[in-house]
Write a protein that binds this ligand. Structure first.
Ligand code: CDP
Ligand code: MG
Length: 695
């Protein structure tokens, strides 16, 4: 008799049944708390089922009756999309029907949508139109422990909404770490008192301690506004290993460690924390190159990237099981620390760094810098290894280094450019920013700087009241204030159509080019075809023009010109959305762009048009002005910050005097400006006399 072949008889289930998730046992008590209290705080290990299950429980319990919607906010766009897709799968519906998501410039919802995943920033934006968020029966603020800028502001707004007339609204705050009491006190406490409270240092209790105590925090805070519920989740022990000596190059060390694990350790996938896209692509490449040296019969190694700029499809690969006889290694940004759970991870490699935003109110420059993680982050990262069985975490730093890390990460609201947030609060009718209930108050220098910039942009008057219609419109436009101002000035300069394109193109964040393997030089040549002397903004305009006249129709066009078809298609859609805003404001949009079949750089309707565009950019970006030094670097006006032209910029290796730039990014400890255009010094004083009154 033939042997009974297990693997031929059983097909592994696609998903682990949701009834096996730790949250399943808490279903009844969760629903009871949500029914009873305005605020429910859910604390549970990443992977316990908070994000994917709670909205489904609510829907089944009738919280979507009478057309109401359940909103689940995420600080990250990637999390909003992947989680929505997953829940739609579990509910066996098409994404955009009962389950949908909405992120900036991408709305995948319909009138059928009952469960909606969206970024916290987008929900704030919805409050502009619907101040009481009355479409929603329940709002779940997910990943609240991350303390993203928008989460913090959203919590303040929700507190205000609860105080006003909405006693039917339910709020769920979900957190992977133990800040539960702080959240509850925030909702329970008096607004004025709260904003003056100093933040207590975070307690050093770990989730494991909590679980060891039977899943209940001692003396859970409870009062009439809300309750805390902890979901015990099974975790396995994780061995933590440190380096004996600090690593010089953590990307290289991470790649070596992955190979060591692969050749010496038993089965199990690997998760590596790096800080950003460039590092991740680089590491994935190094793995693929070196994987060739593995023994042909040895287990294969499959490297996958995970970061925010990936397409939704690319992101979904990381969730798929690796092919037979293959070990999966995922190189990820902080996304995988708590917002996204990947099953099967047994080994974690923690480089100890994360990219954090930091805004300098003196120079007005916001940078995204690789910074050492906090102890709380390191613990959370290590925990990713022990979800399905005992695991190991390789920390690419020494134990004394670990001891020196700060306890927890500083909330974003204390280190960000607050201009967009303050503009939004003003538009929500919250005039007294200082009395707004912030979970943690932002430093006053940040508030002052933001008010100054908004005033110089014309969004606020001398009493810091929102101006009409400029300020209100700026708040409504889904782009940051400097670009909003540029768009709203464009009518005066007769370049509405061109600025719409530039706004859409700059919002792609440097994903326009795709280098093919080893053809960097050719890509440069292709890039030069679109370039114009005036700078990157008009170059972007040329690329867009070429794309809509040729690239959309000819399959090879994008490939031949090293352009990213998907990104450019996104630009077309973003442009259309921005155009609708302007139309709503009654701004006429003459679409008079000539076609550009020969790919000669456009003169954009004569030299004057180019100048008008650059003048218009200056009305929005005057705070991002810089002057070139004899050595080719730039200095911003306000301070001695040394800025380099980004290698992708036209101003790289070129002469200019004064420029404005779209953004600053940090690489290897240097600040690079991206999307740079020449301007005249005199324009700064002309368009921002208050800001440059000293000039
Ligand atoms: O929110 P929380 O971290 O508590 O858990 P979750 O995201 O709801 O995840 C519950 C389960 O669904 C985990 O086992 C995840 O691995 C799985 N999941 C998945 O396989 N694919 C996704 N896109 C999201 C979740
Ligand atoms: Mg979650």
């Amino acid at each position: 008799m033939a042997e009974f072949d297990l693997s031929a008889t059983f097909i592994p289930s696609l998903h682990k049944p949701s009834s096996l998730l730790p949250i399943a046992r808490h279903r009844q008590s969760l629903l009871y708390l949500i029914e009873t209290y305005p605020v429910t705080i859910v604390v549970g290990q990443t992977g316990s089922g908070k994000t994917t299950q709670i909205p489904q429980y609510l829907e089944q319990a009738g919280w979507c009756a009478e057309g109401k919607i359940i909103a689940v906010t995420q600080p990250r766009r990637v999390a909003a999309t992947t989680v929505a897709i997953r829940v739609a799968e579990e509910m066996d519906c098409k994404i955009g029907e009962e389950v949908g998501y909405s992120i900036r410039f991408e709305d995948v919802t319909s009138s059928k949508t009952r469960i909606k995943f969206l970024t916290d920033g987008l929900l704030l934006r919805e409050a502009l139109v619907d101040p009481l968020l009355s479409r929603y029966s329940v709002i779940m603020v997910d990943e609240a422990h991350e303390r993203s800028l928008s989460t913090d502001v959203l919590l303040g707004v929700l507190k205000k909404i609860l105080k006003k007339r909405r006693n039917d609204l339910r709020i769920i705050i979900s957190s992977a770490t133990l800040q539960a009491e702080e959240f509850l006190n925030f909702f329970a406490g008096d607004a004025e008192m709260q904003s003056n409270l100093k933040q207590e240092p975070q307690s050093a209790v770990t989730l494991d301690d909590l679980i060891a105590q039977g899943g209940q925090k001692p003396n859970p805070t409870s009062n009439e506004i809300g309750q805390i519920i902890s979901l015990e989740g099974r975790t396995y022990p994780v061995d933590i290993l440190y380096l004996e000596n600090p690593a010089e190059d953590y990307v290289e060390k991470a790649v070596q460690t992955v190979f060591d694990i692969h050749t010496k350790e038993p089965d199990g996938d690997i998760l590596v924390f790096l800080t950003g896209r460039e590092e991740i692509d680089n590491a994935v490449q190094r793995i693929s190159e070196r994987a060739a040296s593995l023994h042909p019969r040895a287990q294969a190694l499959m490297a996958l990237p995970l970061y925010a700029g990936l397409s939704t499809e690319q992101q979904m690969y990381v969730f798929e099981e690796a092919p037979e006889n293959t070990r999966k290694v995922i190189f990820s940004t902080n996304i995988a620390e708590a917002s996204i759970t990947i099953d099967g991870i047994v080994y974690v490699v923690d480089t100890g760094f994360v990219k954090l935003r930091a805004f300098n109110p003196l120079t007005g420059i916001e940078t995204l810098t690789a910074t050492p993680v906090s102890k709380a982050s390191a613990t959370q990262r290590a925990g990713r290894a022990g979800r399905t069985r005992p695991g190991k975490c390789f920390r690419l730093y020494t134990e004394p280094n670990y001891q020196q890390l700060s306890e927890s990460t500083i909330p974003e609201i204390q280190r960000s450019n607050l201009a967009p947030v303050i503009l939004q609060l003003k538009a929500l009718g919250i005039d007294n920013i200082v009395r707004f209930p912030f979970l943690t108050s932002p430093p006053s220098e940040l508030i002052i700087r933001a008010l100054e910039v908004l005033y110089s942009l014309g969004a606020l008057d001398t009493y810091t009241k929102l101006t009409q219609p400029l300020g209100t419109r700026m708040a409504e436009l889904a782009v940051e204030p400097m670009m909003a101002k540029t768009l709203l000035s464009s009518q005066t300069f007769g370049c509405v159509s061109e600025i719409l394109t530039i706004a859409a193109m700059t919002s792609l964040g440097g994903t326009i080019w795709v280098p093919h393997d080893g053809e960097k030089k050719k890509m440069e040549t292709a890039r030069r075809k679109f370039a114009v002397e005036e700078g990157d903004h008009i170059t972007l305009l040329n690329i867009y023009q070429a794309f809509i006249t040729k690239g959309k129709k000819e399959a090879r066009f994008c490939h031949d010109h090293y352009l990213n078809f998907k990104a450019l298609t996104r630009a077309v859609s973003i442009r259309a959305q921005l155009k609708r805003y302007l139309e709503r404001f009654g701004i006429p949009i003459p679409e008079s762009l000539s076609s550009n079949p020969n790919l000669q750089p456009l003169s954009v309707g004569g030299p004057d048009k180019g100048e008008q565009i650059r003048r218009c950019l200056t009305t929005g970006y005057f705070a991002h002005a810089a002057r070139m030094q004899p050595d080719g670097t730039f200095r911003n006006v306000a301070g001695g910050t040394v800025l380099y032209a980004h290698p992708s910029s036209l101003m790289f290796n070129r002469k200019a005097e004064w420029v404005v730039f779209h953004e600053v990014m940090e690489m290897g400890g240097k600040s690079y400006v991206r999307d740079v255009s020449r301007i005249e010094k005199g324009w700064l004083v002309e368009y921002a006399p208050e800001f440059y009154r000293f000039a």
